[in-house]
Write a protein that binds this ligand. Structure first.
Ligand code: KG4
Ligand code: ZN
Length: 327
């Protein structure tokens, strides 16, 4: 079946279409540049922009795929976790076209859709460990099979991308600062500034202490080369992520790893994983599938619709779900 998926969980309005083989026929993303002015995502503005963008984005996806709405067999839409007002736009839109066309829809968990970004591009073997790292999430998940998950750990405070964005802001880089910080760090020495590593038990993460320490350091050392500071902070964050990933690979004896979400686009992180975990089978999404996109939502929806799952018109959005909604 041909499935159309929509994501409006944060600040990107996106629509993707996949065919019955899981091939991506279209993947359109409208990023909301406007938040750069405010240093972070402003929820009300995000909702307003989604309302403005949703129809053109879906129309563009249909045009790219050379399909009409009648040729779509089912729909998927992110319903949680995310900004409720933002989720509401995509959810209402998909409910309306599902009702109008008489084709089914399913609500999709945003974290599961990030996991599916690797399933769309790789022949993933199971079980596999998946690290979800984005602006809103840092979760380590054991994926037993598509649809069967165990949340091993998550961040106790800031998400990795959020910490990168906040430190980037101190460096005068506009939101989202992660990719700009990465660029600046290319000319820096990752060992220039020694930053503390979070000491968190199990498979949980914490980035707020590290972030505060780095910001204080920058304030007290105004002469530090910005490139060196950026490289050192980036290294500290990625090192903390890879350390936990390696602990899970060793303790659970699972030699397969996927890294997904916006921060997975980071080349320094990709190389650090290759370096520290040279023998694992590594699944990395292409850059377009790292950040929020509709194709990964369509991927989950395809899987769930094929299993006979359907959502009802009374489905509502949720900002959070217990255990990320994965178990
Ligand atoms: O997955 P995503 O688009 O949205 C969320 O679900 O949060 O991730 C966005 C996050 C932002 O924090 C952004 O700074 C970060 O991913 N990001 C990066 C890179 N590209 C995006 N962080 C570091 N390096 C990058 N190349
Ligand atoms: Zn995301």
């Amino acid at each position: 079946m041909i499935v159309l998926g929509v994501d409006t969980s944060c600040d990107d309005t996106s629509c993707g279409i996949v065919d019955s083989d899981g091939k991506i026929l279209a993947n359109v993303v409208a990023s909301q540049e406007i938040h750069g002015k405010f240093g972070g995502v402003v929820p009300e503005i995000a909702s307003r922009e989604h309302t403005r963008n949703i129809i053109p984005v879906v129309e563009k996806a249909l045009t790219d795929a050379n399909l009409s709405l009648d040729e779509i067999d089912g729909f998927g839409v992110t319903y949680a976790p995310g900004l409720v007002g933002a989720l509401f736009v995509g959810l209402s839109f998909i409910k309306a076209i599902s009702y109008a066309t008489g084709k089914p829809f399913v609500g999709v968990n945003h974290l599961e859709s990030h996991i599916f970004s690797i399933l769309l591009e790789h022949r993933v073997k199971f079980p596999t460990l998946v690290l979800i790292v984005s602006g809103g999430h840092t979760e380590l998940v054991l994926v037993r099979a598509p649809g069967s998950y165990k949340l091993l750990g998550s961040t106790l405070d800031d998400a990795a991308g959020e910490a990168l964005d906040k430190v980037a802001r101190v460096l005068g880089l506009k939101y989202p600062g992660g990719p700009k910080l990465e660029k600046l760090a290319t000319d820096g020495d990752p060992q220039a500034v020694k930053l503390p590593r979070p000491e968190i038990s199990g498979y949980n993460f914490s980035f707020s202490g590290l972030k505060t320490h780095a910001i204080q350091y920058f304030k007290h050392h105004p002469d530090i080369r910005r490139e060196d500071f950026a490289a050192s902070f980036q290294h500290a964050v990625m090192d903390a992520l890879v350390t936990k990933l390696r602990k899970a690979v060793r303790e659970l004896k699972i030699p397969r790893v996927g890294v997904v979400g916006g921060v997975a686009a980071n080349e320094y992180l990709r190389n650090l994983i290759r370096d520290r975990l040279p023998t694992v089978e590594l699944y990395l999404p292409s850059r377009k599938l790292c950040t929020d996109n509709g194709a990964m939502v369509a991927g989950v929806a395809q899987f769930r619709l094929n299993r006979g799952e359907r959502s009802s018109l009374s489905l509502r959005p949720y900002s959070r779900l217990p255990k990320g909604g994965l178990e």
